[in-house]
Design a protein around this ligand. Sequence first.
Ligand SMILES: Cc1cc2nc3c(=O)[nH]c(=O)nc-3n(C[C@H](O)[C@H](O)[C@H](O)COP(=O)(O)OP(=O)(O)OC[C@H]3O[C@@H](n4cnc5c(N)ncnc54)[C@H](O)[C@@H]3O)c2cc1C
Length: 592
Amino acid sequence: MPVYKAPLEDMRFVLNDVFGAPEIWARMPQMSEVTRDLADAVLEEAARTTEGLLLPLNQRGDEQGCRREDGTSVRTPDGFRDAFRTFAENGWTSLAGNPEYGGQGMPKMLSVLFEEMLHSTNTAFALYPILTNGATLCLDAHASEELKERFLPKLYSGEWCGTMCLTEPHCGTDLGIMRTRAEPNEDGSYSITGTKIFITGGEHDLTDNIIHLVLAKLPDAPAGSKGISLFLVPRNHVNEDGSTGERNGVECGSIEEKMGIHGSPTCVLNFDGARGWLVGEPHQGLPAMFTMMNYERLSIGLQGLGLGEVSYQNAVDYARERLQGRSANGPVNPEGNADPIIVHGDVRRMLLTMRAFNQGGRALSSWVGMQLDIAKFHEDAEAREKAAQRVALFTPVAKAFFTDRGLDTCVIGQQVFGGHGYVREWGMEQYVRDARIAQIYEGTNGIQALDLAGRKVARNQGAWVRDFLADARGWLAEQKDVQGMEPVRAPLETALQWLEEATESLLAQAGENPDATNALAVEYLDLFGLVTYAWLWARMIAAVDGRDDDFARGKRITGRFFYERLLPRGESLLAQIRAGSATTMELDAEAF
Ligand SMILES: Cc1cc2nc3c(=O)[nH]c(=O)nc-3n(C[C@H](O)[C@H](O)[C@H](O)COP(=O)(O)OP(=O)(O)OC[C@H]3O[C@@H](n4cnc5c(N)ncnc54)[C@H](O)[C@@H]3O)c2cc1C
């Protein structure tokens, strides 16, 4: 069975030494009770739960998958139901929830680290609480007081789960053309009719009710995405006393056979006059749903990161044990007939690539978590606004860059195992299969890139990126006395310059050619991600300055590897962006 130990030392380092989380929490009244000790205790307990409860169910869940029973109900893999109950009873479904309705109000900066552990140990299981958390966030922000009081406590307690119902057979990316309809009833509720597909956790046996958040169109809806409204539709009606009642008009038509995340059912849901309630204002469903989608995007990014981490840990173990060939510098295991493969330069390249992307990603996820906390809880309105801008700018980067690098990392981990990585026994191929979906759902990575290049950069003429670049340069200027920064100072200046030039080039091309943004967005996001990691690696190197222990040495060497072997790809991405989109758009559709 694959092994996993939550990387607690690195998590604490990022929280405390790189970002000074406890000092930031102390300045926010809602977070002021979260001390370093409390955060430590939460992380340790999270590690115990994920390693002890979820990891042992991961391979079995993959092999068994979810099964349909009695026509419509769905049975999860053996052990999932009990594990979910324990998980909920121990408070993990309410970690970052609003305390007014039963949540624990923990900072997002902390809960992203917990979500990384969830995905490392059992990504299929993780999707149930993560979708539920997203639903609670959306309801907390947009639902009426009555709906909040009725539904939030049971979602936080894990008695009920939540889903997100957007996709239809003919519409995924382009939700404006959806057909699901909502007819108003006299009692203030709505009757929802239509078919949703690919709904994660749309039906299962973990809880006695499932609360669907459904996008649909009212009869007077304007055409396109401005005519979408959001509805809360419980699978089972809720009785006056809050208990679960009869079935509502929604049924699971089928579940998909798919490449990975077998422990998570992907459902066709047929709504046939199901009774639901409007959440937020009519025709404002898409912006409201974005509260959930932005949360899910970061969480799905963490799927890539978490799987990359567990793949790395297993690859390191294997590389230390597996004996093949001799070290180029003479035997390191003269008693044996071969040396462990960790002596070979190419195996080290693979392990360091995984390590550099995982640790860079962990720093970015915590930093985005910190921006989310500041945007919500900081006392100063200007600080809140700036942090909200950063969240908007970096959410697509985190989702796409984490999941692209996450799949790369899982493939590299599989490669370290040679042929043993391709067979089921070692578990490495499951990580590749489980990671792949994260590039597709929650908006494909191509759409994330478009969101970044179009809505977050072109729409404000690059103002948000320039603001970020100014802050990063300001930080670098303050580090002039930090000795350990010397090897990375000039390359970081160059990398920030690449991002600036790529942004100016993209803006200039977009002004002249309507296809440019769409055609160049993926390279732009890739460059954005690399430069962001360069800045964060510099921050990590600065944070270990003056230390000479193993952890600090490991950070410095991994950081240098990132700068020497991975960051230079940024220069070719800049060249790709400058090459423009004309050739991409030249070939006639019939000629492909
Ligand atoms: C396992 C699984 C679980 C899922 N869970 C959920 C869920 O819980 N809830 C839910 O609502 N949905 C869910 N989905 C649906 C998922 O979010 C969509 O599949 C995804 O957003 C893409 O939509 P699509 O499949 O219709 O592809 P399409 O929108 O048809 O896209 C096809 C290709 O065209 C590209 N493309 C489309 N439009 C553009 C454009 N304007 N510019 C550039 N490129 C474009 C896309 O990037 C993609 O590569 C799930 C899907 C799967 C497979």
